[in-house]
Design a protein around this ligand. Structure first.
Ligand code: SF4
Length: 94
């Protein structure tokens, strides 16, 4: 095997390992529920004074080192990336 071929093969292996590593560090709680978000017309920006942080359904969590939050909405299961500054059509004042 030529030096160039060896380097190319090594690069593929290293990039492959990097992909596994990056996938491995994705927080287990970083998940979204896109279908329900769409159904409830969830958006990442507040509507005036209406935002998730002031909603009775909001359940705040703590962010990890990568900035991923663990914020939940009790009306959107399997989703822990709810933005405190977001809002949906079911906002209800807390
Ligand atoms: S019901 Fe809507 S506004 Fe309230 S926390 Fe859930 S997503 Fe945010």
């Amino acid at each position: 095997m030529h030096s160039f071929q060896r380097r190319a093969a090594l690069s593929k292996i290293l990039f492959g390992l990097a992909g596994v590593t990056l996938a491995g560090i994705t927080p287990a709680y970083a998940q979204r529920n896109p279908s329900l978000r769409e159904e409830l017309k969830y958006r990442e920006r507040a509507l005036g004074q209406r935002h998730c942080a002031s909603c009775v359904h909001f359940r705040p969590g703590s962010a990890d080192a990568a900035g991923h939050g663990a914020n939940h909405c009790e009306l959107i299961p399997n989703d822990d990336e709810i933005n405190p500054g977001g809002v949906c059509d079911l906002w209800s004042n807390s």
